[in-house]
Write a protein that binds this ligand. Structure first.
Ligand code: UTP
Length: 296
C-alpha cells in the first residue's frame, strides 16, 4: 500500500524581488489572479487533491497570509448585517478547517530547499506535497490531483510535475530525462539543474509541484549552498534519486509563472476570459485596449 499524502507545504518566505515595489510590504503570494490570491489558488488545488494539513513556511512581512486563512469576524458580521450571503459563503468555502493549518518561519531566505527543510518537524515522517504558489497551474482536474493519480498507480515514490519549454530556454531550469512513458507519466532517469542546451536530457522542466518522500529532509540537511548561494531543492532531489524512484507527470493544463510579470498578466487575462461574470465585458474592454495600442 502506498502511503497517503496528507500534508502540503507552501513555501512563502521569498523576497519577491521581481515584483518590487508591489512586494515591498505585501507578500507576492497575495498578488491576485482576478480576485483570488495566488496562495489561495494553490490551497484550492491541494484541497481538491485531498490534502488535510496545510503547512506555510513564512517570513517577515508575511503575516497577512496567516490572516487570509483565518476568520475575519468584523467583516463577516458586516456582510451578515447587509445580507451579503453569497460573499459570506465564499469566505466560508475558502477556509481550511479548524486546526488544518500550520505556520513556521524561515528566518532568512536561504533558498527553496532551506524553506522546505524548515517544515520538517511539521511534516513529520510522512510523504508530502510541495506547491510553489507563484506557479499557477490551471488544470482540471488540478495538477496535484493528476500527480496523486500517478503516485497511486506507480505505487509510491516521488512525483514531479513537468512541462515542455522551447529548447533554447532549458538552461534556466531544472530539467529531467524521461523513460518508460505510460500515458502522460514517465520514470525520471536524470535530473540536471540549469543545463546547457547540448547537455539537457530533454526539454521537460521541473515546474513547481512535487510529491516527496520524507528522506528528502536528510538530503537537504547534508547540502552546501548551490547556485546563487541558495540551498536548492533540485540538488537534494538529485541525491535522493540514487536511492528512490522519481516519476514525472506532463500534466494536462497550463502553467502561469506568476512570479514573473508576463506570466502574472497572462494568468489574469486567461482566468478573466473564463469567468461567466466577466468574460463578455472583459473581452470588449480588451478589444478597445488593443485597438488603442496598435492591435496585436
Ligand atoms: P522564487 O525564487 O520564485 O521566489 O521562489 P522569490 O525569491 O521570492 O522571487 P524573486 O526571484 O526574488 O522575485 C519560489 C517560491 O519559494 C519561496 C517563495 O516565496 C516562492 O513562493 N521561497 C523562495 C522561500 O520560501 N524561501 C526562499 O528562500 C526562497
Amino acid at each position: 500500500m502506498t502511503r497517503p499524502i496528507r500534508t502540503a507545504v507552501f513555501p512563502v518566505a521569498g523576497l519577491g524581488t521581481r515584483f518590487l515595489p508591489a512586494t515591498k510590504a505585501m507578500p507576492k503570494e497575495m498578488l491576485t489572479v482576478v480576485d483570488r490570491p495566488v496562495i489561495q489558488l494553490a490551497v484550492d488545488e491541494a484541497r481538491e487533491a485531498g490534502i488535510e494539513h496545510f503547512v506555510f513556511v513564512t517570513g517577515r512581512n508575511k503575516g497577512v497570509i496567516e490572516d487570509h486563512f483565518d476568520k475575519q469576524y468584523e467583516l463577516e458580521s458586516t456582510l451578515r448585517r447587509r445580507g451579503k450571503s453569497a460573499e459570506l459563503d465564499l469566505l466560508e468555502q475558502d477556509l481550511p478547517g479548524a486546526g488544518q493549518t500550520s505556520f513556521t518561519r524561515q528566518q532568512e531566505p536561504l533558498g527553496l530547499g532551506h524553506a522546505v527543510w524548515c517544515a520538517r518537524k511539521l511534516v513529520g515522517g510522512e510523504p508530502f506535497a510541495l506547491l510553489l504558489p507563484d506557479m499557477v497551474m490551471h488544470a482540471k482536474p488540478g495538477c496535484l490531483r493528476q500527480m496523486m493519480d500517478v503516485y497511486e498507480a506507480r505505487g509510491g515514490g516521488n512525483v514531479i510535475a513537468v512541462e515542455e519549454v522551447p529548447w533554447e530556454h532549458v538552461h534556466r531550469y531544472g530539467v529531467v530525462g524521461a523513460k518508460d512513458w505510460k500515458g502522460n507519466a514517465f520514470a525520471i532517469d536524470q535530473m540536471v539543474e540549469k543545463p546547457k542546451r547540448e547537455a539537457a536530457p530533454s526539454n521537460l522542466i521541473i515546474s513547481g509541484r512535487y510529491i516527496l518522500q520524507p528522506e528528502i529532509f536528510a538530503e537537504i540537511e547534508r547540502q552546501e549552498a548551490g547556485a546563487g548561494g541558495e540551498i536548492q531543492i533540485t540538488d537534494a532531489m538529485i541525491r535522493l534519486m540514487a536511492r528512490d524512484r522519481f516519476w514525472g507527470v506532463k500534466y494536462e493544463g497550463t502553467t502561469y509563472d506568476c512570479g514573473d510579470k508576463v506570466g502574472f498578466l497572462s494568468a489574469n487575462v486567461a482566468f478573466a476570459l473564463e469567468r461567466d461574470d466577466l468574460s463578455d465585458s472583459f473581452r470588449e474592454a480588451l478589444k478597445k485596449i488593443l485597438a488603442t495600442h496598435g492591435g496585436l
